[in-house]
Each structure stands twice: as structure tokens, then as C-alpha cells.
Design a protein around this ligand. Structure first.
Ligand code: ZN
Ligand code: ZN
Length: 323
């Protein structure tokens, strides 16, 4: 079995490209007077989060890599390193990314790590670098296990994962409108990913794709950017801080506070950690479906339009008490 395989560290190699693209976007916005906004404090926080993500990879990356190497020792399969194997690995890993990203929005434990990527109220190329410090603790490395057990070498799996991240960099911009129809149909684009960063009720829980938007179309989570509804970037409850430590750890702290509240059952404590963000034992908070339902109650004409295909308006408080 081939254990000694090395692939280039593409993300590190791409850093000069990231910097050049950020400068180009800054110039574009400055001279055109449109195509996005930069706020110095916000951009600095994003860059610090990016650097911290690299540091946490150096400090904690061995945990995931060790897990992958154990799987590699266990599996009898080895697909080798032919170009088509790498291409297939890239596509299957993108499917892996879709599910990890969906879990990142639908399981609070995973959201605690991913939330910081959404914590900026701006949308520019620095937002792409606003990455987690705590990904290891989500245990989402298990979603990569099937790839390695199928015979894709761990180094290859990490290599295509790096390519996936690099692809997602350039889509974090308002400077690019909609692309030709076939591109928007198949690929994740600035337009599709702007929607993913939206806190508008219509745009919540949509467009989880990494590279290929086809996964969202396939699994029913696709919402196209609406000409008449500008994306409002950020979190449902914005955290209002540029402090990198708070950005990195605030949701973990919030989970801790909820899980250790007095007077809850064990089941309720567990649900505070694993239910979707916004779940509460007494219904005092709102999950995304509740937010969509409330929006529909106020705007019934939106029923059936993109983002509201399945949501039903919530009964009014009076109807609920009489029921
Ligand atoms: Zn996300
Ligand atoms: Zn993003």
C-alpha cells in the first residue's frame, strides 16, 4: 500500500494570490465606487481569523490526519494516484463538503465552529479568509472517512479539500454580478454564495455548495439571488464585535451557558448542543423555519417563492391559545 505520497500544500501556495486579489478588489471598489464595502476593523478581524485557522491546523491537524492514517491502514482498497482518481476524489469530496457545511448550519455543535465565517456584516474577499479555529472539535473529519475507506489516499483527500477551499475564495465578492447561465447552473458562484451569507428569512439555510451548486439543486436547498431582494449579510443575531477571541469562541460559550442551566433534563441539555441553532427547551427562541414562518405570516404573498417553497405561516398567538 502506498503510504509515502505527497501533494503540494496548495492553500499556502495560494496565499500570495489571495493578497493580490484582495488588493485588486479594494482598487476596484475604490475607483468604481461600487462592488462591495470594506471596513478596516472588519477586514483585519477576518485576516486574523484566517491566520488563526492556519495556526490551529498546525497545532491540531495531527488529530484528523492521525484518524485518516488509521483508516488508511484498515482499508484494503487503494485507488492509486491516476489523474481520473484525483478528479473523482475532487467531485466526491465536494459532496462531502456539502454535507459538512449543511451540518455546520443545522447542528449547533458544528455551527459553533462555522458561525464565525458568517459573523461579518460585509461581503468581500477578506470574508472568505474568516475561517474557524475550532473545526477539529466538531468531529466532522468522520465525514471524510468513506473517501479514505474507498481507497483515496489521505494526502489526496486533503489536497482536493485544499483546492475546494481555494475555489471558494473568489466567490466572496460583490464585484461580480451573475455569470453566464451554464456557469450559474453548475458551479457555485458569487451570486449563489452571497445568498448563503444572507440573514434575510428567504435566504436562510440555502446554497451549502462548495464548488458545484448542483448538490443544492439535487437536495432541495438551492435559492437563487433575487433581483429585488438585496442580501443582508451576517447572522440572525449579529454579535457586534471585532474581537477575534469572541468571534472564535462566542457560540461555544453560549452552548456552555445553555447546557449548564439549572433545572433542565439531560435530554434538554443534549438538545441545546445538537439541535439546530435557535432551538430552546421552552420555545422562546426561533430556528430558521420559525423565522421563515413568521415572515410568511406578515408577507403571505411570498408563499411558494424561492426560499419559502416549504415554509408554512405560523398561526397567530391568538389562534395558538384557542387551539
Ligand atoms: Zn455557511
Ligand atoms: Zn462563505
Amino acid at each position: 500500500m502506498t503510504d509515502q505520497i505527497t501533494f503540494p500544500d496548495v492553500v499556502s501556495l495560494a496565499v500570495p494570490l489571495f493578497i493580490a486579489a484582495i488588493l485588486a478588489e479594494l482598487f476596484w471598489i475604490h475607483f468604481k465606487g461600487r462592488g462591495g464595502r470594506y471596513e478596516t476593523r472588519d477586514a483585519m478581524t477576518s485576516l486574523i481569523m484566517g491566520a488563526g485557522n492556519v495556526a490551529s491546523g498546525i497545532l491540531l491537524g495531527f488529530i484528523a490526519y492521525g484518524f485518516f492514517m488509521v483508516l488508511w491502514q484498515v482499508t484494503p482498497l487503494d485507488l492509486g494516484t491516476a489523474w481520473w482518481v484525483i478528479a473523482l476524489c475532487f467531485v466526491l469530496d465536494d459532496l462531502r463538503y456539502y454535507w459538512v457545511h449543511l451540518f455546520g448550519h443545522r447542528i449547533r455543535w458544528v455551527w459553533a465552529s462555522h458561525v464565525n465565517h458568517h459573523s461579518s456584516q460585509h461581503y468581500n474577499l477578506t470574508t472568505a479568509l474568516r475561517q474557524t479555529w475550532t473545526g477539529t472539535f466538531t468531529f466532522m473529519m468522520v465525514v471524510r472517512a468513506p473517501l479514505i475507506l474507498l481507497g483515496f489516499h489521505p494526502a489526496m483527500v486533503l489536497f482536493v479539500g485544499g483546492l475546494n477551499l481555494i475555489y471558494q475564495f473568489w466567490i466572496h465578492t460583490e464585484a461580480i454580478g451573475k455569470l453566464p447561465r451554464w456557469v450559474e447552473a453548475v458551479m457555485n458562484t458569487p451570486s449563489h454564495h452571497r445568498v448563503h451569507h444572507g440573514r434575510n428569512p428567504r435566504y436562510l439555510d440555502s446554497n451549502y455548495a462548495g464548488v458545484f451548486i448542483v448538490w443544492d439543486r439535487l437536495f432541495g436547498t438551492f435559492v437563487p439571488e433575487q433581483e429585488d431582494e438585496k442580501v443582508d449579510y451576517g447572522l440572525v443575531h449579529n454579535i457586534g464585535t471585532f474581537n477575534p477571541l469572541r468571534v472564535a469562541f462566542h457560540e461555544w460559550a453560549a452552548i456552555w451557558r445553555d447546557v449548564t442551566r439549572p433545572g433542565l433534563t439531560v435530554g434538554q441539555r443534549i438538545r441545546y448542543a445538537v439541535m439546530p441553532p435557535g432551538w430552546s427547551h421552552d420555545g422562546s427562541r426561533s430556528m430558521s423555519d420559525g423565522i421563515k414562518a413568521r415572515h410568511l405570516a406578515r408577507h403571505p404573498e411570498a408563499a411558494g417563492t424561492p426560499g419559502f417553497e416549504t415554509a408554512a405561516p405560523q398561526p397567530s398567538p391568538s389562534a395558538r391559545t384557542s387551539a
